[in-house]
Design a protein around this ligand. Structure first.
Ligand code: ATP
Ligand code: MG
Length: 477
């Protein structure tokens, strides 16, 4: 069944339901008809019995009655009749059953009221018989009237024939119409599939035609179009990213090649070689950082659910800031924590969050001139932790805000202190923030400074239990 097309399945279901309905209908009609005919036959028998009863009641003695019965009923064209005295002494027997007679009633019931039953007589398949006991002063009589059911059986047979013929014919017609209807209804699906087949990675700008906006297929088409649009965007991003990555790698590789070629062109003194190798080493370091960052971003894109655990964000902030203080002071910058850091717990990945904070402080160090100041703080309110890194550096103009988290995006005017900038740091921070169900916010004024804030869902530290002890301990530390 599952291998059949929807079209066929619909038709067959339709046919099965209709066949069941037709069967119930036909059986009901047949039974109703047979009951009607039976009750009509019983009424006729009863009527004939009444006629006979009248004759019997009008006769005062046996001989008169015998003569009357013989005259009126012995040659009746339709009914077979029999009158006996207690079933033994026969007073009347219709001509057609003179030899065989009617059997005595075997059905339990009040014979004085009259009893109906089906019997069979030689030469007749089914016979309906009505027996009734009638008391007269001169005798106790058993009066019986019978009639062949052949006519009724013939009518029922005809009805059966009609139902058995029209049922299947009707079913076949309806199945045919059902198949055509299902085909017509599903034709747009075939067209949709054919159109969708034509949309490949290189033709993602195409869209499926929506024929009717309000029906189910219209909704399906709109959903598919939405999916193709998302795919187009993702493909575009991947293409841009690949092109940017290739471009970013080409420049340092060309520089390396150039440097090696120029150096090898003439015989140089050892000091020259040493300088060249040092330069090349620096460039290779830059390339290594970039490829490592690219790898990180690719993994971040591919990995849906990194292994997360509950961790103390205040402790992590303190540890990374302490570590970066040495780097900042080497550039004559002051790096301070805005105490107190509000203790809170984040469900996340320790290494990723360390990397995020490290990147933010690294940027602050790179883009803040000597004698500047960097402040790191942590606040917790209403289930959200806000971790910020603020500097008094060169700042970022607002027009760069929409692109600042794009991969390889760098502000032209920014001249980092060291030449290892790849433009991937903030993209990494942003993807880490998103992976933690949070976001990265930026506020900056050119010439005055920048503030990056990580906003992530967090929970408070339980101050009554273990958490409180740890929090106090870490705060004292
Ligand atoms: P990388 O971090 O890969 O070494 P990068 O620092 O240039 O390189 P991002 O960290 O992504 O790259 O930063 C993107 C750009 O945003 C930087 O080039 C710089 O122009 C600007 N920027 C980032 N942080 C600051 C900041 N604190 N102050 C001023 N400009 C900033
Ligand atoms: Mg950076």
């Amino acid at each position: 069944m599952s291998r059949l097309s929807i079209r066929w399945r619909l038709t067959l279901w339709y046919g099965a339901v209709l066949a069941a309905v037709l069967a119930v209908f036909s059986v009901s009609v047949y039974l109703l008809m047979s009951r009607l005919l039976e009750s009509k036959a019983d009424d006729d028998l009863n009527h004939q019995m009444v006629v006979m009863e009248e004759q019997i009641s009008q006769s005062d003695d046996e001989s008169t009655l015998r003569v009357r019965l013989a005259q009126q009923f012995a040659k009746h064209p339709v009914y077979e009749m029999q009158v006996t005295e207690n079933g033994d002494n026969t007073w009347l027997r219709s001509e057609r059953i003179v030899q065989i007679g009617l059997p005595r009633s075997t059905t339990e019931g009040d014979i004085a009221e009259g009893v109906f039953e089906d019997i069979s007589l030689p030469g007749q398949k089914r016979v309906r018989m009505f027996s009734k006991a009638i008391r007269r002063p001169y005798a106790s009589l058993l009066v019986q009237v019978a009639r062949s059911s052949e006519q009724n059986d013939k009518h029922l047979g005809e009805l059966r024939g009609v139902l058995l013929f029209t049922g299947p014919v009707l079913l076949a017609c309806v199945l045919g119409c059902g198949y055509l209807l299902a085909r017509k209804a599903l034709a747009p699906v075939d067209r949709l599939a054919a159109e969708a087949d034509k949309i490949t990675a290189t033709r993602l700008n195409r869209r499926l035609e929506v024929l009717n906006h309000d029906d189910e297929l219209g909704r399906l088409t709109r959903t598919l179009n939405g999916m193709i649009a998302r795919l187009e965007r993702s493909f575009g991003e991947i293409q841009r990213f690949t092109a940017d990555a290739a471009h970013e790698l080409r420049t340092p590789l060309a520089a390396l090649r150039n440097e090696a070629e120029v150096t090898l062109r003439l015989d140089r003194d050892p000091q020259f070689y040493r300088n060249t190798l040092e330069n090349m080493l620096e460039e290779i370091g830059h390339l290594t950082v970039m490829s490592e960052s690219l790898l990180f971003l690719c993994r971040e894109d591919a990995e849906n659910k990194p292994t997360f655990a509950d961790l103390r964000l205040d402790e992590l902030t303190r540890s990374v800031t302490d570590h970066m203080r040495i780097v900042a002071s080497a550039d004559q910058l002051e790096l301070d924590l805005d105490e107190p850091l509000i203790p809170c717990i984040v469900h996340g990945d320790r290494e990723r969050l360390r990397r995020l904070l490290f990147n933010l402080i690294d940027n602050a160090v790179k883009y803040t001139p000597a004698e500047g100041r960097i402040r790191v703080g942590l606040d917790y309110r209403n289930g959200l932790a806000r971790l910020y890194v603020e500097d008094t550096g060169i700042g970022i103009a607002p027009e760069h805000f929409p692109h600042i988290f794009d991969r390889f995006y760098r502000v032209d005017s920014a001249r980092p202190r060291h030449s290892t900038a790849t433009g991937l740091g903030l993209a990494i921070c942003h993807s880490i923030a998103l992976a933690h169900g949070g976001d990265l916010e930026i506020a900056s004024q050119p010439g005055r400074g920048t503030r990056f804030t990580l906003v992530v869902p967090a929970s408070p530290v339980d101050l009554s239990g273990q958490g409180a002890t740890t929090a106090t301990a870490s705060l004292k530390a």
